[in-house]
Design a protein around this ligand. Sequence first.
Ligand code: HEM
Length: 383
Amino acid sequence: MAVTNQRYSAIAIVLHWAIAFAILFNIPLGLWMHERAEANDVSEGVFRAFQLHKSIGLTVLVLSLVRVGWRLTHAQPSLPVHMPTWEKQAARVTHLLFYFGMLALPLTGWLYVSAGWSVHTDRPLVVPTRYFGLFHVPDLFGLSHADDDVRASTAFNVLKLHWALGWATLGLAGLHVAAALKHQFFDRDEVMAHMVPGLRAPFAKDSAAQDGARLATLGFGLSVTALLGLLALYTVFTLPMGNAPPLPPSTFQTVEATTGADTSTATASTTATPAATTAATTTPTPSPTAGGVVNWRVNQGTSSIGLSFVYQDPENGDTTFNGVFGQWRGDIRFDPNDLPHSSAVVIIQVASAHDGVDIHDRGLPTAEWFDAGAHPTAEFRTT
Ligand code: HEM
């Protein structure tokens, strides 16, 4: 057992800061995602944000397991002798709660996505998790194959927990930082220097402390580099590069409905009813080139995007299945007197395809059909 009484070891410092940055990054990202999903924003950017959040969260889970292992097998710097017992106990409880949060937060997130059920639409939504775009992460406990009731109640309950743990961890982090600052500036002891690279206790002068500081700086640098490296990997592998191509004149960019090996075929059709067609109720935001063209609001309640496919069976005849895409958005700019400036874009979250047949609902997002992991959205554009 390695004893480091002056500071935490470089490994412990790297793990501490990598986990801290990742959690602090993931909390606002998660809250933002939730808000976007509530607003039915199914754009590519939101999909990427979900994948990024899940990948960083799973990284936190792995790093936290390593950190717990390290903590159990290595001695920690002892707390200053002047600290009263209550303060030492408060520090221990805070640290224990941190370890709990570091493991429970990612696990509840993982459970939520494993259920494959959207709390926003209260419908099945299986979106494969790709770790930084590199490989697929399996579902926990085969939850996406469970009954709908189980999947729905798991999703609603664990997401509530996930949310509560996020806020609790944020509160704990606030307490933790306040305590560290108190040690540095009021108690003027060595507690903060144990973990902050390059920092020396207000009273420290010896060269051993300086060596430790150099090692710790290295650890800090490595952890930041590792984080940036992961983000870069993610960018290279999954984020779309460059600007979106310009709208082609007067054509549809059609949904490529991938057919399965059983020679089924798929088509998609759309009906959209403008709920409010006047400038006053639609709060139009004319684009620079659109002149007076009005933005129409699609009435989601009375509109749907249908999906129909035929199962071809030479022995028993063909069967047609009809379903819908549960999540989509339409941006329509239209003025019958100004067709050159009119256009419509419909963005569909392909993983939301369902027809009520359980085996189809689970299969449609997979690579055999729409391959939602690789092609999260389908877009119709017309001018
Ligand atoms: C460092 C670890 C993590 C932190 C700090 C974190 C934090 C959060 C927070 C605060 C939210 C907002 C919750 C809400 O408003 O309802 C959220 C949402 C979410 N998290 Fe995490 N999370 C972590 C790990 C994970 C992991 C590992 C996964 C899945 C593999 C995940 C999946 C999700 C999903 C899918 C949502 C959005 C749910 C929705 O549609 O509203 N999270 N996260």
